[in-house]
Ligand binder design. Structure first.
Ligand code: PCA
Length: 202
């Protein structure tokens, strides 16, 4: 049975929850004939990629699916690319707020996801979920994680597919909040259904 590593993030930026933490805890240990390893990561530039790299070497999965929140987005968005920069507009959960700092001095400018992002989008849409490819994972911790994992795989010449999927807010993060009026959200059940669909699409 193939092993899949799924990662998610803790809450950050003043939110009490991160939808991806919920999604992760809802996933079974086995799905569609795949064994799921779950890893919950801190929203920290240094620690998140380090922990993911450690799990990668221990588990040696056939694929890594990284999940994160992108508040404000309407769609579930598989990311096409991770770039070699950290440029934060808020401190991470360790208090680090890098500006224009490269992630890897020896690394390329960018890595493309090696997961089948278009296929994943099609599968999500066929489930009635709204999804689109994103061409920027941002310059915060999610991008750093995606870049770090793809860099580790490339450096070590590992045969592991990897990619990142950003999720919109879920209902309770938006509803009743004056500062988030009109901000898109999805239902938590749909977020969970989406994660299962993504694993199924691998
Ligand atoms: N989203 C942030 C970091 C953690 C998360 O869930 C990001 O998009 O960088």
């Amino acid at each position: 049975m193939p092993d899949i590593l799924v990662t998610a993030f803790r809450p950050f930026g003043g939110d009490g929850i991160n939808p991806t933490e919920r999604i992760l805890s809802s996933l079974p240990d086995e799905l569609d004939g795949k064994h799921i390893f779950k890893l919950l990561l801190p929203v920290e530039f240094e620690e998140a990629p380090r922990m993911a790299a450690r799990s990668l070497m221990r588990i040696r999965p056939s694929a890594v699916v990284m999940l994160g929140q992108a508040g404000g987005r309407r769609d579930i968005t598989p990311e096409r690319v991770a770039i070699n920069i950290m440029d934060a507009s808020i401190p991470d959960n360790a208090g680090y707020e890098p500006k224009d700092v490269p992630l890897a001095s020896d690394g390329p400018a960018a890595y493309f996801a090696t997961l089948p992002i278009k296929h994943i989008v099609e599968r999500l849409r066929s489930q009635g979920l709204s999804a689109a490819v994103s061409n920027s994972a941002g310059t915060y911790v999610c991008n750093a994680l995606m870049y770090g994992v793809l860099h580790e795989i490339a450096r070590r010449g590992l045969d592991i597919k990897a990619g990142f999927v950003h999720f919109p807010f879920i209902r309770e993060q938006v509803e009743g909040r004056a500062d988030r009026q009109g901000v898109p959200f999805i239902e938590p059940e749909d977020a969970i259904r989406a994660a299962r669909t993504i694993v199924g699409a691998l």
